[in-house]
Ligand binder design. Structure first.
Ligand code: 3H9
Length: 709
């Protein structure tokens, strides 16, 4: 027995002539320092012991190994380093078999590629999931992955995996050359031991991937593939740092010896580690997992739900219905009359028909899903549902009327949710006899696609209703963020503020086109005026008119958008808005008549326009976003700064590699952001009033992240 070499996270067991190496580092067997040390010790043991003829590496629990321990990045590195562990496995004098069940991601797949044989299980833990997702963390496979993957899979196969970050299953892994054998067994240990014995019986040789060029043997063909990929990546990587570095590493795999290629890869990996993009992306990774950690979770189990009702079959209601059906729920959709419910049903079917047209769904699968869908015009049909999501017209009185009806028909204990983007949910709850069951669920359009779900918690709601909403989000594969009740909740409240900053910039001298370009240059997919044109200028116009009576008369108000709407220019749907959209074009062109309106408004207000650089535009835009974000956190509307970050990354197109507005502010340094706000306040003290929380953090020498812990 060789158990003495075992550590708490890597257990060694001699099974006949095979050394079984089990990685046991819950929850996902990440390759922290102790695991790396344990794997090194295992290889020493395998080499030293004459009793060991082969080695089997397995992961305990639900995964093989999910990669490097992401929490270690940014901290001082601890030896042994992962590339050395991989090289040590490959250099083992006995055949090493990696048995992959569940996730083998990043460094986990690199460990597997360093083994001499790879067996993928199709049934254990939902089947093997193979991937090199480092790119989504601002990194590249840095433990030999950029050198071994192309040798195993060729340039196209390896690069696709490394640039997309996507996972492939066992069968695809076999087809790609990544694994040697599939097995239907459900027990990684038994299956792995059997495979190792089979290999020993065949006298199977050591097979280090580094020893041959493998699928890079035809260098000219490989180079041609890489040239195409480089050009494509340069176009698509949109300012991201690591994708082109991945291409450079594959080039090194073609040009250099394996050892030199590894050295090159290491230098590129360390450059990625030092990049602010890595810090932003890893913050986003953890933040998305933190938002589900809410105070209510400690005390309250979610209520059970399987049957739900959606009130309203418009774009929003239909999108939510699709999300619910895809989550396996039984859905009744309610509309007021036969015509509306037919339209609602058509809206739902349209989504599935689109998937069928793209070859991503079969007619049978659609029929199976729609078997769980019932359209109805009678509220009495939803008397036994567990949960209701109301998605009718955004008007307080209309919603109150629906909730009175729900209160009448729904069974006791049913969760009653309203999908609203800014209405007062306490007021909606108050019309029912059961405010403890009423909650807000703010979906984003298209609701079946957008990841963000703001879960809005009114004063009287019961904790188990909140946890039920989070459970629903999990089932729907949404990113949930807990928000308090206020006008616009987290996202739309902050959006309204930075949109105002953009309006001020426009009136002061920047054109809407310069502002949009600066915002895109920062990494947003669209600028604020493009977004207005896409959403329809009339929507914001209606809100502005409704709020005119309550607007602070001392607050600066820019009328340019109103002038544009008065012409009937509501954006893409009317062919012009801030931009021109000739013949239904989706990309707008600058409109000289809009610029004339902007000039006329400046003249009317006596504003002498001044130029703004893209950098100046972004300083104001971001300062407004961060300042309002700090107010939202300070008032308890968002639990933590990371909830603001996740809201903007998942729902508002904020560039993920910048980590969200609050992380961005931390990376700038809060004193600098506050100094900007104070300088702008000299022009307009009302709008640029610094958030008390921001002032406090600066005074205490702390950052937003200190509130995330
Ligand atoms: C890399 O490998 C670099 C190398 O190439 C080179 C190095 C030199 N580390 O997602 P879940 C935590 S880069 C640390 O909710 P699921 C996670 O935070 C790495 N912690 O579960 C959560 O913690 P908590 C490349 C990690 O079942 C808990 O585990 N690898 C790591 O929905 C459960 O996670 C990746 O990028 C990690 N690597 O999904 C894979 N991974 O409970 C990243 C997870 O405290 N991971 N945690 O909130 C994933 O994609 C998913 O976690 C996975 C499981 C699919 C594995």
């Amino acid at each position: 027995m060789t158990a003495e070499a075992s550590t708490s996270v890597v257990e060694l067991k001699q099974d006949g002539d095979v050394l079984l190496v089990s990685v046991n580092n819950p929850p996902v067997n990440a390759l922290g320092a102790a695991v790396r040390q344990g794997l090194m010790a295992a290889m020493e043991q395998a080499d030293a012991s004459a009793a060991v003829k082969a080695v089997v590496i397995v992961g305990e629990g639900k995964a093989f190994i999910a990669g490097a321990d992401i929490r270690e990045f940014g901290k001082p590195p601890v030896q042994p380093f992962l590339p050395d562990v991989c090289n040590r496995i490959e250099a083992c004098s006995k055949p090493v078999v990696a048995v992959i069940h569940g996730a083998a991601l990043g460094g986990g797949l690199e460990i597997a590629m360093s083994a001499h044989y790879r067996l993928a299980l199709q049934n254990a833990s939902g089947g093997a999931k193979l991937g090199l997702p480092e790119v989504s963390l601002g990194l590249l496979p840095g433990a030999g992955g950029t050198q071994r993957a192309p040798r195993l899979m060729g340039v196209n196969g390896a690069t696709e995996l490394m640039l997309s970050g996507q996972q492939i299953g066992a069968k695809a892994g076999l087809a790609a050359g990544l694994v040697d054998k599939l097995d239907d067994g459900a027990d990684p240990v038994a299956t792995g031991l059997a495979y190792a014995r089979e290999l020993l019986a065949q006298g199977a040789p050591l097979r280090p991937v580094s020893a041959t060029p493998g699928r890079l043997a035809d260098k000219a063909a490989a180079q041609a593939e890489l040239d195409v990929l480089r050009a494509d990546t340069a176009k698509k990587s949109r300012g991201l740092f690591s994708p082109l570095k991945i291409i450079d590493c594959v080039q090194a795999a073609l040009d250099l010896s394996f050892a030199e290629g590894l050295k090159f890869e290491r230098a590129q990996f360390l450059a990625c580690i030092d990049s602010p993009q890595r810090a932003g992306l890893i913050h986003a990774f953890f933040a998305e997992r933190e938002t589900a950690k809410i105070p209510e979770a400690r005390a309250a189990q979610p209520r059970a739900f399987s049957k739900i009702a959606i009130i309203g079959g418009g774009t929003m209601g239909a999108g939510i219905t699709v999300s619910a059906l895809d989550a396996g729920l039984v859905v009744t959709m309610i509309e007021r009359d036969a015509e509306s419910i037919a339209r609602g049903q058509a809206n739902v079917e349209k989504v599935y028909n689109g998937l069928i047209a793209k070859g991503r769904m079969s007619e049978e699968a659609k029929a199976a899903i729609l078997a769980r869908y019932t359209p109805s015009t009678r509220y009495d049909d939803i008397a036994d549902v567990d949960l209701v999501i109301e998605a009718v017209f955004e008007d307080l009185e209309v919603k109150k009327a629906v909730f009175k009806e729900l209160d009448r028909v729904c069974k006791s204990g049913a969760v009653l949710a309203t999908n609203t983007s800014y209405l007062d949910i306490d007021a909606i709850a108050a019309v029912t006899s059961r405010p403890q069951d009423v909650i807000g669920l703010h979906f984003f359009s298209p609701a079946n696609i957008m990841k963000l779900l703001e879960i809005v918690v009114p004063a009287k709601v019961a904790p188990d209703v909140v946890t039920t909403a989070f459970e629903l989000a999990k089932k729907m594969k949404k990113v949930p963020v807990r928000a308090g009740v206020c006008d616009g909740f987290i996202g739309n409240r902050i959006l309204a503020t930075y949109k105002q900053a953009a309006d001020y910039l426009m009136e002061d001298g920047a054109s809407p086109y310069e502002i949009d370009e600066a915002v895109r240059g920062f990494g947003f997919a669209m600028g604020p005026f493009q977004v207005t044109d896409l959403a329809g200028g009339d929507i914001g116009w209606a809100t502005r008119k409704r709020r005119a009576a309550t607007r602070d008369p001392k607050a600066r108000y820019v009328e340019i958008a109103d002038r544009i709407c008065e012409n009937g220019w509501f954006g893409q749907k009317t062919g012009r808005g801030f931009y021109l959209y000739p013949q239904g074009a989706r990309i707008g062109q600058p409109d000289p008549e809009v610029l004339a309106i902007v000039d006329a408004e400046r003249a009317r207000k006596g504003v002498t326009p001044r130029p703004f650089t893209a950098e100046e535009i972004m300083r104001r835009y971001m300062a407004a976003m961060v300042n309002e974000g700090a107010k939202v956190v300070g008032e308890g509307i968002a639990l933590r700064p990371l909830d603001v970050d996740v809201t903007f990354i998942s729902g508002y197109g904020f560039p993920r590699h910048r980590g969200g507005p609050m992380k961005w502010a931390d990376m700038q340094g809060l004193p600098k952001v506050l100094a900007d706000i104070e300088a702008f306040a000299k022009e307009d003290a009302l709008f640029w009033k610094p958030a008390p929380l921001l002032q406090q953090l600066v005074a205490e020498g702390r950052n937003f992240d200190s509130l995330n812990k």
